[in-house]
Design a protein around this ligand. Structure first.
Ligand SMILES: [Zn+2]
Ligand SMILES: [Zn+2]
Length: 256
């Protein structure tokens, strides 16, 4: 498969191990046409973004886009956290204009608000290992929460669906299709699995492979994602960062 873009990479602005420019240079070296910087968002304790970091990132990316305009398009994204079961995320409204791309994912160790909601979600997910019924109950809460986020915001990508937090992939794919949200096939976490993906190919949802690189050398690495895509039998047209697609038009204009 020929890859043209990586829309999920981290830098030291959250807990990655490289700079924005290093990610961009690696993406150019791998002949990508676009790369997005999607660091962890505001509710992530210690490592998350803040207003000052976002301003600096925006300036850096604008300068890199001028410098490398013939080589690559660089996007400023964010991997936002969901902070309650209504699907609200941890990006302050006033910060939306800074971002070109909104990715949303469920993560552990995030401040939830209200706290009771957080307890409900973490309880459901901690009990998922007890039985199939508990796992389905956790998946129902997680799927509903992600779907509400997709309805509430112009979400571009749901990152690693199923990682740590089980989901009902067919319900999630239906929500993704109706809201034109991409479901990620994550190279680092191997989620969703090929067997799960194989059941939702008819949903109309589209997919994007993401490296989730936390160091520059991993930018544009899609070996695991490619294996999953092949195993699941997903046609390349349904994976939007493969050759045959242009640089993706994100929904950012709808948020401005
Ligand atoms: Zn993530
Ligand atoms: Zn990530």
């Amino acid at each position: 498969m020929d890859w043209i873009a990586d829309y999920h990479t981290h830098t030291w602005f959250s807990h990655g191990h490289g700079t924005i420019e290093e990610n961009v240079q690696e993406a150019i070296r791998k002949k990508l046409k676009a790369v997005a910087i999607t660091d962890h968002s505001f509710a992530h304790p210690l490592i998350g973004l803040n207003i000052d970091k976002v301003r600096r990132m925006r300036r850096t990316i604008d300068a890199l886009n001028r410098r490398f305009q013939r080589d690559i398009a660089v996007f400023l994204g964010v991997e936002a956290n969901i902070v309650n079961t209504r699907g609200q995320i941890d990006v302050p409204m006033k910060m939306f204009p800074f971002f070109d791309l909104l990715a949303v994912g469920l993560h552990r160790m995030v401040f939830m608000s209200p706290v009771l909601d957080g307890l409900r979600m973490s309880m459901a997910n901690n009990l998922q290992w007890i039985s199939g019924a508990r796992r389905r109950a956790a998946a129902a809460i997680n799927t509903r929460t992600l779907s509400r986020a997709m309805e509430r915001y112009s979400v571009d990508i749901i990152t690693h669906p199923g990682y740590c937090f089980p989901v009902d992939l067919s319900d999630l794919a239906a929500s993704a299709a109706s809201t034109r949200t991409l479901l990620e096939i994550n190279n680092s976490h191997g989620t969703p699995s090929a067997s799960a993906l194989g059941t939702v190919l008819e949903s109309g949802a589209r997919f994007v492979a993401g490296s989730d690189a936390h160091r520059p050398s991993h930018v544009g690495s899609f070996d695991n994602a490619q294996r999953i895509i092949r195993e699941a039998g997903i046609p390349e047209e349904q994976v939007i960062n493969t050759a045959g697609h242009g640089v993706w038009k994100f929904k950012s204009h709808e948020r401005r």
